[in-house]
Design a protein around this ligand. Structure first.
Ligand SMILES: NC(=O)c1ccc[n+]([C@@H]2O[C@H](COP(=O)([O-])OP(=O)(O)OC[C@H]3O[C@@H](n4cnc5c(N)ncnc54)[C@H](O)[C@@H]3O)[C@@H](O)[C@H]2O)c1
Length: 254
Protein backbone atom coordinates (compact mmCIF):
# COMPACT_ATOMS: atom_id res chain seq x y z
CA UNK A 1 0.00 0.00 0.00
CA UNK A 2 1.43 3.36 -1.01
CA UNK A 3 2.12 5.79 1.83
CA UNK A 4 2.00 8.70 -0.57
CA UNK A 5 -1.42 10.32 -0.15
CA UNK A 6 -2.75 7.89 2.48
CA UNK A 7 -4.12 8.93 5.87
CA UNK A 8 -2.55 7.31 8.93
CA UNK A 9 -2.95 7.67 12.70
CA UNK A 10 0.06 7.25 14.99
CA UNK A 11 -0.62 6.88 18.71
CA UNK A 12 2.11 8.01 21.09
CA UNK A 13 2.96 10.25 18.13
CA UNK A 14 4.35 13.11 20.22
CA UNK A 15 7.51 11.28 21.31
CA UNK A 16 10.00 8.49 20.68
CA UNK A 17 9.02 5.66 18.36
CA UNK A 18 5.63 7.15 17.45
CA UNK A 19 7.12 10.51 16.54
CA UNK A 20 9.85 8.86 14.44
CA UNK A 21 7.15 6.87 12.60
CA UNK A 22 5.11 10.02 11.98
CA UNK A 23 8.22 11.73 10.58
CA UNK A 24 8.91 8.87 8.13
CA UNK A 25 5.28 8.73 7.05
CA UNK A 26 5.09 12.47 6.41
CA UNK A 27 8.40 12.28 4.46
CA UNK A 28 6.79 9.57 2.31
CA UNK A 29 3.78 11.79 1.56
CA UNK A 30 1.19 10.46 4.02
CA UNK A 31 -1.25 12.63 5.98
CA UNK A 32 -0.56 11.78 9.58
CA UNK A 33 -2.59 12.38 12.73
CA UNK A 34 -0.51 12.27 15.89
CA UNK A 35 -2.63 10.93 18.75
CA UNK A 36 -1.23 11.57 22.21
CA UNK A 37 -2.11 12.93 25.64
CA UNK A 38 -3.30 16.56 25.85
CA UNK A 39 -0.27 17.28 28.08
CA UNK A 40 2.16 15.98 25.41
CA UNK A 41 4.04 18.18 22.91
CA UNK A 42 1.88 16.68 20.10
CA UNK A 43 0.55 20.02 18.79
CA UNK A 44 4.03 21.50 18.54
CA UNK A 45 5.45 18.36 16.90
CA UNK A 46 2.61 18.33 14.34
CA UNK A 47 3.36 21.98 13.51
CA UNK A 48 7.03 21.12 13.07
CA UNK A 49 6.11 18.31 10.66
CA UNK A 50 4.12 20.72 8.45
CA UNK A 51 0.76 20.74 6.69
CA UNK A 52 0.51 16.95 6.32
CA UNK A 53 0.54 16.42 10.10
CA UNK A 54 -2.14 17.12 12.69
CA UNK A 55 -2.50 16.52 16.38
CA UNK A 56 -5.55 14.93 18.01
CA UNK A 57 -5.37 14.95 21.79
CA UNK A 58 -6.65 11.79 23.48
CA UNK A 59 -5.97 9.52 26.40
CA UNK A 60 -6.11 6.18 24.62
CA UNK A 61 -7.29 4.40 27.77
CA UNK A 62 -10.56 6.28 27.25
CA UNK A 63 -12.33 4.55 24.33
CA UNK A 64 -14.49 7.59 23.53
CA UNK A 65 -11.52 9.94 23.32
CA UNK A 66 -9.58 7.39 21.26
CA UNK A 67 -12.52 6.95 18.85
CA UNK A 68 -12.89 10.73 18.45
CA UNK A 69 -9.17 11.08 17.65
CA UNK A 70 -9.43 8.30 15.03
CA UNK A 71 -12.46 10.10 13.56
CA UNK A 72 -10.30 13.22 13.24
CA UNK A 73 -7.67 11.13 11.42
CA UNK A 74 -10.38 9.75 9.11
CA UNK A 75 -11.54 13.30 8.35
CA UNK A 76 -7.97 14.30 7.39
CA UNK A 77 -8.22 11.65 4.63
CA UNK A 78 -9.76 8.14 4.38
CA UNK A 79 -7.96 6.26 7.17
CA UNK A 80 -5.81 3.34 5.90
CA UNK A 81 -3.36 2.73 8.71
CA UNK A 82 -2.96 2.90 12.49
CA UNK A 83 0.50 2.59 14.03
CA UNK A 84 -0.07 2.13 17.74
CA UNK A 85 2.93 3.14 19.88
CA UNK A 86 1.41 4.61 23.06
CA UNK A 87 2.50 2.51 26.03
CA UNK A 88 4.67 2.34 29.11
CA UNK A 89 6.11 0.01 31.74
CA UNK A 90 6.01 -0.27 35.53
CA UNK A 91 8.27 -2.03 38.00
CA UNK A 92 6.45 -4.50 40.25
CA UNK A 93 7.67 -7.52 42.18
CA UNK A 94 5.39 -10.50 42.80
CA UNK A 95 6.46 -10.46 46.47
CA UNK A 96 7.84 -7.25 47.97
CA UNK A 97 11.01 -7.20 50.09
CA UNK A 98 8.90 -6.97 53.28
CA UNK A 99 7.01 -10.16 52.29
CA UNK A 100 3.77 -8.47 51.22
CA UNK A 101 2.22 -9.42 47.87
CA UNK A 102 3.04 -7.21 44.87
CA UNK A 103 0.61 -4.37 44.19
CA UNK A 104 -2.39 -5.03 41.96
CA UNK A 105 -3.14 -1.47 40.81
CA UNK A 106 0.01 -0.82 38.73
CA UNK A 107 -0.50 -4.20 37.04
CA UNK A 108 -4.06 -3.23 36.10
CA UNK A 109 -2.92 0.21 34.87
CA UNK A 110 -0.24 -1.20 32.57
CA UNK A 111 -2.58 -3.87 31.16
CA UNK A 112 -5.24 -1.18 30.66
CA UNK A 113 -2.86 1.05 28.70
CA UNK A 114 -0.78 -1.49 26.77
CA UNK A 115 -3.12 -4.42 26.16
CA UNK A 116 -6.63 -2.97 26.29
CA UNK A 117 -5.28 0.10 24.49
CA UNK A 118 -4.04 -2.18 21.70
CA UNK A 119 -7.40 -3.96 21.52
CA UNK A 120 -9.03 -0.53 21.16
CA UNK A 121 -6.52 0.43 18.44
CA UNK A 122 -7.50 -2.76 16.58
CA UNK A 123 -11.27 -2.56 16.91
CA UNK A 124 -11.71 1.22 16.63
CA UNK A 125 -9.05 1.55 13.92
CA UNK A 126 -10.27 -1.39 11.83
CA UNK A 127 -13.92 -0.25 11.96
CA UNK A 128 -12.89 3.07 10.41
CA UNK A 129 -10.47 1.60 7.84
CA UNK A 130 -13.19 -0.88 6.78
CA UNK A 131 -15.53 1.98 5.79
CA UNK A 132 -13.40 2.67 2.72
CA UNK A 133 -13.25 0.66 -0.50
CA UNK A 134 -10.04 -1.36 -0.84
CA UNK A 135 -7.34 -0.03 -3.17
CA UNK A 136 -6.04 -2.85 -5.44
CA UNK A 137 -7.51 -5.36 -2.98
CA UNK A 138 -5.88 -3.74 0.07
CA UNK A 139 -7.96 -2.27 2.87
CA UNK A 140 -5.17 -1.09 5.13
CA UNK A 141 -2.77 -2.11 7.87
CA UNK A 142 -2.49 -1.85 11.66
CA UNK A 143 0.90 -2.02 13.37
CA UNK A 144 1.06 -2.71 17.12
CA UNK A 145 4.06 -2.23 19.43
CA UNK A 146 5.11 -5.01 21.78
CA UNK A 147 8.62 -5.37 23.24
CA UNK A 148 11.29 -8.04 23.56
CA UNK A 149 9.93 -8.20 27.13
CA UNK A 150 7.05 -10.19 25.63
CA UNK A 151 9.56 -13.05 25.21
CA UNK A 152 12.38 -12.27 27.68
CA UNK A 153 10.59 -10.74 30.67
CA UNK A 154 13.03 -9.42 33.26
CA UNK A 155 12.61 -9.34 37.03
CA UNK A 156 10.15 -6.57 37.91
CA UNK A 157 8.51 -6.53 34.46
CA UNK A 158 5.57 -8.83 35.21
CA UNK A 159 2.89 -6.30 34.18
CA UNK A 160 4.78 -5.02 31.14
CA UNK A 161 5.60 -8.56 29.99
CA UNK A 162 2.00 -9.75 30.44
CA UNK A 163 0.65 -6.81 28.46
CA UNK A 164 3.21 -7.08 25.64
CA UNK A 165 2.87 -10.88 25.38
CA UNK A 166 -0.88 -10.28 25.06
CA UNK A 167 -0.21 -8.00 22.10
CA UNK A 168 1.97 -10.68 20.45
CA UNK A 169 -0.82 -13.19 21.04
CA UNK A 170 -3.46 -10.93 19.50
CA UNK A 171 -1.46 -10.34 16.31
CA UNK A 172 -2.23 -13.49 14.32
CA UNK A 173 -5.74 -13.66 15.75
CA UNK A 174 -6.47 -10.08 14.65
CA UNK A 175 -4.89 -10.65 11.22
CA UNK A 176 -7.19 -13.64 10.69
CA UNK A 177 -10.23 -11.79 12.02
CA UNK A 178 -9.64 -8.76 9.76
CA UNK A 179 -8.57 -10.70 6.64
CA UNK A 180 -12.05 -10.56 5.14
CA UNK A 181 -11.82 -6.75 5.30
CA UNK A 182 -8.40 -6.68 3.63
CA UNK A 183 -6.77 -5.26 6.76
CA UNK A 184 -3.37 -6.63 7.78
CA UNK A 185 -2.01 -6.66 11.33
CA UNK A 186 1.64 -6.93 12.37
CA UNK A 187 3.51 -6.18 15.59
CA UNK A 188 6.99 -4.80 16.15
CA UNK A 189 8.84 -6.01 19.27
CA UNK A 190 11.62 -3.48 19.84
CA UNK A 191 14.73 -4.16 21.90
CA UNK A 192 16.40 -1.23 23.67
CA UNK A 193 15.63 1.90 21.68
CA UNK A 194 17.15 5.33 22.16
CA UNK A 195 13.97 7.27 22.99
CA UNK A 196 13.29 9.91 25.69
CA UNK A 197 12.33 6.93 27.89
CA UNK A 198 16.05 6.02 28.01
CA UNK A 199 17.50 9.53 27.72
CA UNK A 200 17.53 9.83 31.49
CA UNK A 201 19.93 6.88 31.95
CA UNK A 202 23.37 7.32 33.54
CA UNK A 203 26.18 7.18 30.97
CA UNK A 204 27.70 3.97 32.47
CA UNK A 205 24.30 2.20 32.44
CA UNK A 206 23.77 3.25 28.85
CA UNK A 207 27.22 1.94 27.83
CA UNK A 208 26.55 -1.41 29.49
CA UNK A 209 23.18 -1.65 27.70
CA UNK A 210 24.94 -0.97 24.39
CA UNK A 211 27.51 -3.68 25.19
CA UNK A 212 24.68 -6.18 25.69
CA UNK A 213 23.51 -5.87 22.05
CA UNK A 214 25.30 -8.44 19.82
CA UNK A 215 25.29 -6.44 16.57
CA UNK A 216 25.22 -3.51 16.05
CA UNK A 217 26.59 -2.67 19.52
CA UNK A 218 24.36 0.30 20.19
CA UNK A 219 20.77 1.16 21.09
CA UNK A 220 18.16 1.07 18.36
CA UNK A 221 17.34 4.34 16.64
CA UNK A 222 13.72 5.51 16.63
CA UNK A 223 14.07 6.10 12.85
CA UNK A 224 14.79 2.36 12.47
CA UNK A 225 11.45 1.61 14.12
CA UNK A 226 9.75 4.20 11.88
CA UNK A 227 11.28 2.62 8.77
CA UNK A 228 10.04 -0.84 9.79
CA UNK A 229 6.54 0.44 10.57
CA UNK A 230 6.40 2.11 7.13
CA UNK A 231 7.78 -1.06 5.50
CA UNK A 232 5.02 -3.13 7.10
CA UNK A 233 2.32 -0.75 5.89
CA UNK A 234 3.80 -0.73 2.38
CA UNK A 235 4.41 -4.50 2.03
CA UNK A 236 1.14 -6.29 1.18
CA UNK A 237 2.47 -9.75 2.04
CA UNK A 238 3.50 -9.03 5.63
CA UNK A 239 0.67 -10.12 7.89
CA UNK A 240 -0.02 -11.79 11.24
CA UNK A 241 3.62 -11.61 12.32
CA UNK A 242 5.61 -10.12 15.22
CA UNK A 243 9.02 -8.83 14.15
CA UNK A 244 11.79 -8.35 16.71
CA UNK A 245 13.81 -5.17 16.07
CA UNK A 246 16.63 -5.68 18.54
CA UNK A 247 20.16 -6.26 17.15
CA UNK A 248 19.75 -9.92 18.25
CA UNK A 249 19.59 -9.01 21.96
CA UNK A 250 18.17 -11.56 24.41
CA UNK A 251 17.48 -9.94 27.76
CA UNK A 252 19.10 -11.39 30.90
CA UNK A 253 16.92 -12.05 33.98
CA UNK A 254 17.76 -8.60 35.37
N1 LIG B 1 12.10 2.72 24.04
C1 LIG B 1 12.29 1.42 24.15
O1 LIG B 1 13.41 0.95 24.41
C2 LIG B 1 11.15 0.47 23.93
C3 LIG B 1 11.44 -0.90 23.87
C4 LIG B 1 10.42 -1.80 23.67
C5 LIG B 1 9.12 -1.36 23.52
N2 LIG B 1 8.86 -0.04 23.57
C6 LIG B 1 7.46 0.37 23.41
O2 LIG B 1 7.37 1.33 22.40
C7 LIG B 1 6.27 2.21 22.66
C8 LIG B 1 6.74 3.64 22.56
O3 LIG B 1 7.76 3.85 23.51
P1 LIG B 1 8.75 5.10 23.44
O4 LIG B 1 10.08 4.62 23.87
O5 LIG B 1 8.59 5.78 22.14
O6 LIG B 1 8.16 5.97 24.65
P2 LIG B 1 7.92 7.54 24.78
O7 LIG B 1 7.66 7.73 26.24
O8 LIG B 1 9.00 8.33 24.11
O9 LIG B 1 6.57 7.77 23.96
C9 LIG B 1 5.36 7.22 24.38
C10 LIG B 1 4.26 8.21 24.04
O10 LIG B 1 3.01 7.60 24.40
C11 LIG B 1 2.21 8.59 24.97
N3 LIG B 1 1.21 8.01 25.87
C12 LIG B 1 1.43 7.40 27.05
N4 LIG B 1 0.25 7.08 27.61
C13 LIG B 1 -0.72 7.51 26.76
C14 LIG B 1 -2.13 7.48 26.80
N5 LIG B 1 -2.79 6.97 27.83
N6 LIG B 1 -2.81 8.02 25.76
C15 LIG B 1 -2.16 8.58 24.72
N7 LIG B 1 -0.82 8.63 24.62
C16 LIG B 1 -0.11 8.10 25.64
C17 LIG B 1 3.20 9.48 25.76
O11 LIG B 1 2.63 10.77 26.03
C18 LIG B 1 4.38 9.53 24.82
O12 LIG B 1 4.30 10.64 23.92
C19 LIG B 1 5.71 1.80 24.02
O13 LIG B 1 4.60 0.96 23.81
C20 LIG B 1 6.86 1.02 24.65
O14 LIG B 1 6.40 0.05 25.56
C21 LIG B 1 9.83 0.90 23.77
Amino acid sequence: MRLDGMSAAVTGGASGLGLATAEKMVEAGAKVTLIDLPSSPGAEQARRLGGNARFAAADITDAEQFAAALDAADEFGPLRSVVHCAGRGARIRLVEKDGSPGALEPFEDVVQLNLIGSYNALRLGAARIARHDPIDGEGGAIVLTASVAAFDGQIGQIAYTASKAGIVGMTLCAARDLASKGIRVCTIAPGIMDTPLLGRLREDVRTSLEESVPNPKRLGRPAEFGALACGIVENPYLNGETIRLDGAIRMAPR
